[in-house]
Design a protein around this ligand. Structure first.
Ligand SMILES: *Cc1c(COP(=O)(O)O)cnc(C)c1O
Length: 386
C-alpha cells in the first residue's frame, strides 16, 4: 500500500467538473487581474473568516509582508513572533529591516507561549513616547505575530490581553488555519490583520500561489488595497511605496469553487484525526508517541497531524520503506537559521522549540485518506516500536 503525505489529484478528481467551467470562463473573458472572481473571493473569505474585508494577494508570504507594511514596520521596530514556523513568518520581518524577536512556544500546542511574551515585555521593555521600547535592541516593539500552527489557534485570549495592555497590534499568521476557531472566533478575525495562504498544500489551496489578508478596520483595509498596487491611488500617483501584491483571477476562480467544499474537507481531516487517536490508543502507542493536543474551545482544522516520536528519523525511514509519506515541520527553528545568525541566538536559547524540531513528524491527514490507509500507517508505526 502507498500512503502519500498529500494527494491533491484525488481532490481535483472530485471537483473537476466544477473547476473546469470557471477556469474556462476566465479564459473566455480574458479578465485576469483584480476582476470579479477576486472581489467575490474576498467577500467570501472575509465572511467565512468573520472579518469585514478580505484583500486578495499574491501569496501567504506577501500577506504577511503587506500586513507589516500597512503598520509601517521598518528598521526602528522589532516584531515578536515564534521561531517554530515556516520561514516566511520571520523572513518578512527581516526584509523590512525590522528585527524578528523569537520567543519560545507552548509545548502542548506548538504555538507561541503568552507567558514568554509577558515575561519578555516586563523584563526588557519600557514605555517611551507612548510605545513599547526595548533599550537593549534600540527598537520599538509594536507588533505581535502569532502563528496558528498546524491549524490550531494560538491562545488568543492571553495574547489579545497582552496586546491590549501594551498597545501592540496583532498580525495573525493564519496561513495554516483558515476556518480554525478560538472560542467561536475564526482565525484571521481576532487580530489587527489576518494573513492566509492559498499555497496548494494548505487546506484551501489554489493551482499555484495565492494569499489573502483579512481586516475589519476601514482605513487599514484601504491602505492594504493601495499597497497591493504599488501604493498607487489614484492610478499613477503614489503617496506611498507598495508592490505588486495582486491575486489573479484564475486562482480566485478556482479558490471560490474550493471554498464551497472546505468545511466538508475539514470534517474529513477531523474524522481522520479522531481515527488516528483511537487506533494509536488501541495499539497501545498513546504512551509511546505524543499525539497532538486538541485544546478545548478550539476548532482544529488539522492542516497537519503532528506526532512526537522517539527515534523520529529512524521511524521516518521505516515508514518511507513502507510507502508512507511523512515530513518534518520544521527541522530547524528560525532562531537557529544561518541567515539569522547575526541576531545572536544560540542552541539552547529556545529549548521547547528546539525539542519540537527534533522530535516531531507529520503523518498523512488529508481528507481523502481511506480508513484502510490510516490503519496501515498506525500498524506500520506499531511495528517499528514493537
Ligand atoms: C505556508 C505558510 C506561509 C507562507 O505562505 P505562502 O503562500 O507559501 O507564501 C507563511 N506562514 C506559515 C505558517 C505557513 O505555513
Amino acid at each position: 500500500m502507498r500512503v502519500p503525505l498529500l494527494d491533491l489529484k484525488l481532490q481535483y478528481a472530485s471537483i473537476r467538473d466544477e473547476v473546469r467551467p470557471v477556469v474556462d470562463e476566465v479564459m473566455e473573458n480574458q479578465y485576469f487581474i483584480l476582476g470579479p472572481n477576486v472581489t467575490g473571493l474576498e467577500e467570501e473569505v472575509a465572511r467565512y473568516s468573520q472579518s469585514k474585508y478580505g484583500i486578495g494577494v499574491t501569496s501567504g508570504t506577501d500577506a504577511l509582508l503587506i500586513a507589516l507594511m500597512a503598520l509601517d514596520i521598518g528598521p526602528d521596530d522589532a516584531v515578536i513572533t515564534t521561531p517554530y514556523t515556516f520561514f516566511a513568518t520571520g523572513g518578512v520581518v527581516h526584509r523590512l529591516g525590522a528585527l524578528p524577536l523569537f520567543l519560545d512556544i507552548d509545548e502542548a500546542s506548538y504555538n507561541i507561549d503568552p507567558a514568554q511574551v509577558e515575561q519578555y515585555i516586563s523584563c526588557h521593555c519600557v514605555t517611551r513616547d507612548g510605545a513599547l521600547f526595548d533599550p537593549r535592541l534600540g527598537r520599538k516593539v509594536r507588533v505581535l505575530m502569532p502563528v496558528h500552527l498546524y491549524g490550531q489557534c494560538a491562545d488568543m485570549d492571553a495574547l489579545s490581553a497582552i496586546a491590549e495592555k501594551y498597545g501592540l497590534a496583532i498580525i495573525e499568521d493564519a496561513a495554516q488555519a483558515i476556518g480554525s476557531e478560538w472560542k467561536g472566533r475564526r482565525a484571521g478575525s481576532m487580530g489587527t490583520i489576518g494573513c492566509f495562504s492559498f499555497f496548494p498544500s494548505k487546506n484551501l489551496g489554489g493551482f499555484g500561489d495565492g494569499g489573502m489578508v483579512t481586516v475589519s478596520d476601514d482605513a487599514l483595509a484601504e491602505k492594504l488595497r493601495i499597497l497591493r498596487v504599488h501604493g498607487s491611488k489614484p492610478k499613477y500617483y503614489h503617496k506611498m511605496v507598495g508592490g505588486n501584491f495582486r491575486l489573479d483571477e484564475l486562482q480566485a476562480a478556482v479558490l471560490r469553487v474550493k471554498l464551497r467544499h472546505l468545511d466538508a474537507w475539514t470534517e474529513g481531516r477531523q474524522k481522520n484525526a479522531a481515527l488516528y487517536r483511537s487506533l494509536f490508543k488501541g495499539a497501545g502507542l498513546d504512551g509511546k508517541i505524543g499525539l497532538p493536543k486538541e485544546l478545548s474551545n478550539v476548532r482544529h482544522i488539522y492542516n497537519q497531524f503532528v506526532i512526537r516520536a522517539p527515534r523520529r528519523d529512524e521511524l521516518m525511514a521505516h515508514l518511507k520503506a513502507q510507502g508512507i509519506g511523512t515530513e518534518i515541520y520544521y527541522p530547524l527553528p528560525l532562531h537557529l537559521q544561518e541567515c539569522f545568525s547575526d541576531l545572536g541566538y544560540k542552541t539552547g536559547d529556545l529549548p521547547i522549540s528546539e525539542k519540537a524540531a527534533a522530535e516531531t513528524v507529520a503523518v498523512p491527514i488529508f481528507p481523502e485518506l481511506t480508513e484502510e490507509q490510516i490503519r496501515y500507517v498506525v500498524e506500520s508505526i506499531a511495528a517499528f516500536y514493537s
